[in-house]
Design a binder for this molecule. Sequence first.
Ligand SMILES: Cc1cc2nc3c(=O)[nH]c(=O)nc-3n(C[C@H](O)[C@H](O)[C@H](O)COP(=O)(O)OP(=O)(O)OC[C@H]3O[C@@H](n4cnc5c(N)ncnc54)[C@H](O)[C@@H]3O)c2cc1C
Length: 265
Amino acid sequence: MAFGLTEPDAGSNSHNLKTTARRTGAGWTITGSKYYISAVDQASAILIVARDADHSTPEKNALSLFVVPTDSPGLTYRPIDTSIVSPDKQFLVYLDQVQVGEEALIGVAGNGLRQVFDGLNPERILVGALCGGIGRYAIDKACAYAKQRCVWSTPIGAHQGIAHPLAEAHIAVELSRMATARSAEMFDAGQPAGEAANIAKFAASEAALKALDQAIQTHGGNGLSNEYGLSELWFVTRLMRTAPVSREMTLNFIAQTSLGLPRSY
Ligand SMILES: Cc1cc2nc3c(=O)[nH]c(=O)nc-3n(C[C@H](O)[C@H](O)[C@H](O)COP(=O)(O)OP(=O)(O)OC[C@H]3O[C@@H](n4cnc5c(N)ncnc54)[C@H](O)[C@@H]3O)c2cc1C
């Protein structure tokens, strides 16, 4: 199942969703659009987050979640061209009076935002794990190359200009893996894991990108060749600073909920 939250005017701000679900006699009619929805072409359904017309007021959107089959009449989609090398493509999704039955509603009508947020912590922990893997992979590749590549009299890994940034990248990646393991433990134990999951996602995505950059640098020109298996990871790793939650929104969350600082928006 694909996950359809983001809209052209509602990315960081999920309260701004325009896609609207209205009750009909037999279920619901959903109209709106979503963008950057991953893997729609491989999914049999999309979990659509919609503004619930019955529960919303002019001041406040109430959201509901619906399982919408991708072959529903009125649902169309087209790919968005990106530089990311990954098995998933991203899609713009249009919902034009799509009809779903009562059984399509997930959880409690009007309580969708809370339900979505319950699912976002494990997604952040998953990104922490993914980035820990990318970071380790990049550093392994860089070290293997730095041990055998000789430009002067020693392998390049003997130059501190190459060794120290790799050592720093290793420290950052391993710290982020500890943070990820800790957040997973808390989540598994049913403890509140919001702060820990956000810390893990932030630390791991920053550490992975830095490690990958240093691995590419260690490879000189070869770092940019597809043959060495690093450059193709650039955009998918870069993505983790923006999605599923941007680094800025993560910092906002930590500033507000961990540090009690006031918000600007
Ligand atoms: C490859 C890819 C796959 C994706 N897959 C999915 C998917 O499957 N399902 C889905 O629903 N979404 C998906 N997304 C969407 C993704 O979650 C959003 O792109 C992301 O949440 C950011 O929203 P936005 O792009 O609208 O940026 P905007 O909200 O327009 O933000 C733009 C910039 O402003 C910053 N900003 C915004 N508000 C603040 C603030 N208050 N303080 C400081 N900075 C701020 C942001 O951090 C960002 O840097 C995907 C995106 C990409 C690129």
